[in-house]
Write a protein that binds this ligand. Structure first.
Ligand code: BTN
Length: 245
């Protein structure tokens, strides 16, 4: 059964991830909660980055998943499930060449179309609640210059979309994936790998501060990138240890 989701909507908020954290601090919601905002004044990105998004142009929302009952060791499965949901949505909206850049950026023709920020709430070794923040560029045409260029659904397909319908569509795919996770978690490993950016390609990276040629061969259950760096040597990398050139 698809999980019931209560939906909150705000025209301006600091950050939808922060808003759900505040709700979770106050009450223990029995159902999932989605928080969507037209505009975030302090949208959070990975690390210390901000997430910039032009007012009313893009989808910025967070989903509080409750009652997850996952082991802490299964945390990366969530990243996979969410990334795969966004790939599915973009394919439905006729966006081509969608790839997942490890760990969970979504790229189209090498440009970033979507960022994912997951805050997990662990109780000992149990993952019970998770706040999944998604920033998806929908109708924005002009972007600031970033290290990696940004793009949007409009720029890729020439078609504008109503933000609310993109939200509903994505929420359905996400909740369906959570339902599928119960019986068949390995499908997300397969789908994540099938769509992984630079899989099986020899190319340049900065690995632990040094320019190195490598070939991504997969991602292990802990979410570490598996990289072949010579015919015999495969290394496991954490997020801050590798930079894509
Ligand atoms: C990244 O840096 O790639 C992650 C960006 C995540 C942005 C989304 S927008 C909705 C949610 N609320 C936030 O403050 N951040 C996430």
């Amino acid at each position: 059964m698809i999980a019931k989701t209560n939906i909150f909507y705000s025209s301006t908020i600091d950050s939808t991830n922060q808003a759900l954290k505040a709700i979770l601090d106050l009450i223990k919601p029995a159902n999932d909660v989605a928080f969507i905002a037209k505009y975030q004044e302090k949208g959070k990105g990975q690390g210390t980055n901000e997430w910039e998004s032009e007012k009313e142009m893009n989808l910025t929302f967070s989903l509080l998943k409750t009652n997850l009952a996952l082991q802490a060791s299964e945390v990366f499965l969530l990243n996979k499930l969410v990334a795969v949901a966004i790939v599915e949505l973009l394919k439905q909206l006729k966006v081509e060449n969608v790839k997942i850049k490890w760990p969970n950026d979504i790229l189209v023709n090498g440009r970033k179309i979507c960022g994912i920020l997951i805050n997990n709430i662990l109780f000992g070794s149990n993952l019970q609640n998770s706040i999944i923040g998604i920033g998806l560029n929908v109708n924005q045409k002009n972007f600031n210059t970033y290290e990696r260029q940004a793009t949007s659904i409009l720029l890729e397909t020439g078609k504008k979309h109503e933000i609310w319908s993109v939200f509903e569509n994505l929420l359905n795919i996400l909740q369906l994936n959570f339902q599928l996770l119960v019986n068949n978690p390995s499908q997300f490993d397969r789908l994540y790998l099938e769509n992984l950016y630079c899989l099986d390609e020899w190319r340049g990276y900065i690995i632990k501060g040094k320019r190195t040629n490598g070939k991504i061969i997969g991602v292990n259950n802990f979410g570490q990138l598996q990289m072949k760096i010579s015919s015999e040597e495969i290394i496991s990398l954490n997020m801050k240890e590798v930079k894509f050139l």
